[in-house]
Design a binder for this molecule. Sequence first.
Ligand code: 5GP
Length: 126
Amino acid sequence: MYDYDDQNIFAKILRGEIPNRTVLETEHTLAFEDIAPQAPTHVLVIPKGPYVTYDHFAAEASDAEILDFNRTLGRICQETGVSGAAGGSGYRLISNAGEAGVQEVPHFHVHIAGGRILGRMLAQEG
Ligand code: 5GP
């Protein structure tokens, strides 16, 4: 059902074949700056395992991977300063999946965007 392409860009980043600006790395998770930031803070958080989308990750990742991913995601919201609890003005988490979600890279990832007012949640297209 889930067909993971190990030649995708994030798989190459995880193998060290492409450089990245790492924000935080844990046993199961890597966070790095988006190469084309759309906000003053724009970080991508990915599991190290071969998962395509959020539902793939939620269904097949181990409890340890899911816990590590979620704790890391929250930690980065605080450590980058975008969280209100950290004095920031807030943030948005986005995870695009598949064609309708306009997913460019087929390795599950969550965008953390913040540092400016981000506008409406969805573009009014289609
Ligand atoms: P998607 O549309 O799949 O949710 O978003 C993929 C994101 O990956 C985009 O925001 C894009 O700028 C980012 N991206 C694509 N290639 C690279 C890369 O080689 N390095 C980094 N750091 N980000 C990338």
